[in-house]
Design a protein. Structure first.
Length: 348
């Protein structure tokens, strides 16, 4: 696939991870998983199934006691892949943007529509009884489309739906700037559709409800990343390079920060890179400065936690210490306002 909104700079290049990279990662991951039975290794970025079953199996082999997940466009899903996914107890996520007319940005490398190819893979997953979640990119958050959008996924029987508003980052410089009020209406309409038929876990609505529950329960909501343990979300590239916090930065370079990596697992253990991330990665301190500014100035900070690093970098001319981004406005603040509006209207 060659999705027109994709941020990856190298998606037309075939990069295969050597097994020794996976072995190096597993040395740290297996120890963490021993203390956390829910530890997850996610195969994501590009199309993981393009690696092939034999290579992917070899990459998985060093890991012990982890749950493996894969995010796929399902184009390569056939009978053999379904058997592989079942054998290895994969959690499967499929990328698809809703009904066919909402998938115009998802095209093949030859420029043909990709919707039916993905649906063919989904039908095979369904025939084999493989549950799957979905991630959908919404380029135009139109409230008039929200109900039909949601019902498409409800009819597919997906377990969870994650909704990503198209972002300006990486090589995708053409994302349109959505109107804030219209985005609020979209999220409210999507919450309405979910409430009318709550058969799918709607990731974004659940985030707001969890936040509301924490507030009402008197629990802490401020993530305070500079003073409390934080999730480094380490992304390991095919060559072993590790990018913290923001997978979207992998593959890019900057005159000030180089390639954004904290190090390479072929040289240092992933446990060492995570523990020393802030010392080894100059851009992270600049990012924390921006998070502190968000905390001081944004009324939605307790819910949002501050703009994501990649959004800051690509929307603020290569700076990590900017504050509000367009992605914040449409996918975080508008989400909070829209779902809150939905709750108020149904509480009357």
């Amino acid at each position: 696939m060659d999705c027109r909104y994709c941020y990856l700079p190298f998606r037309k290049t075939k990069h295969l991870m050597p097994v020794d990279v996976a072995e190096s990662v597993a040395q740290s991951v297996n120890a963490w998983a021993a203390d956390n039975p829910k530890f997850e290794v996610v195969w994501h970025g590009g199309e993981p199934l393009a690696t092939g079953r034999e290579r992917l199996g070899a990459l998985m082999a060093p890991f012990k006691g982890v749950k493996h997940s894969v995010q796929t466009n399902a184009a390569l899903v056939d009978e053999a892949w379904c058997e592989f996914l079942l054998e290895h107890d994969f959690a499967v996520g499929v990328s698809i943007d809703g009904p066919e007319d909402m998938n115009t940005h998802r095209v093949t490398l030859a420029g043909h529509p990709g919707f039916r190819i993905t649906m063919r893979g989904i039908e095979r997953l369904q025939r084999h009884g493989i549950p799957f979640s979905t991630i959908a990119v919404v380029s135009d958050p139109d409230p008039a489309d929200a109900s039909r959008f949601y019902e498409f996924f409800a009819a597919l029987g997906v377990t969870t739906l994650g909704v990503n508003v198209e972002e300006e980052e990486g090589v995708n410089l053409g994302a349109r700037s959505a109107d804030h009020g219209r985005a609020v209406e979209f999220w409210a309409a999507l919450a309405d559709a979910w409430r009318s038929n709550p058969v799918v876990r709607l990731r974004e609505v659940q985030r707001v409800l969890n936040f509301a529950g924490a507030v009402l329960g008197g629990h802490a909501t401020d993530p305070s990343p500079t003073s409390a343990p934080w999730d480094p979300l380490p992304t390991v590239a095919h060559d072993g390079g590790v990018v913290m916090l923001s997978p979207e930065l992998a593959g890019f370079t900057d005159a000030r920060f180089g390639d954004f990596t904290t190090g390479n697992v072929l040289k240092d253990g992933l446990d060492v890179l995570v523990a020393e991330a802030e010392l080894r990665t100059p851009w992270i301190s600049e990012f924390w400065s921006g998070v502190d500014d968000c905390r001081a100035t944004c009324p939605a900070f307790a819910f949002c936690g501050g703009a994501h690093p990649a959004n800051r970098y690509f929307e603020h001319a290569g700076r990590f210490d900017g504050t509000r981004t367009r992605y914040c406005t449409t996918a975080k603040i508008a989400l909070l306002e829209g779902v809150t509006r939905h709750v108020r209207e149904h509480a009357r």
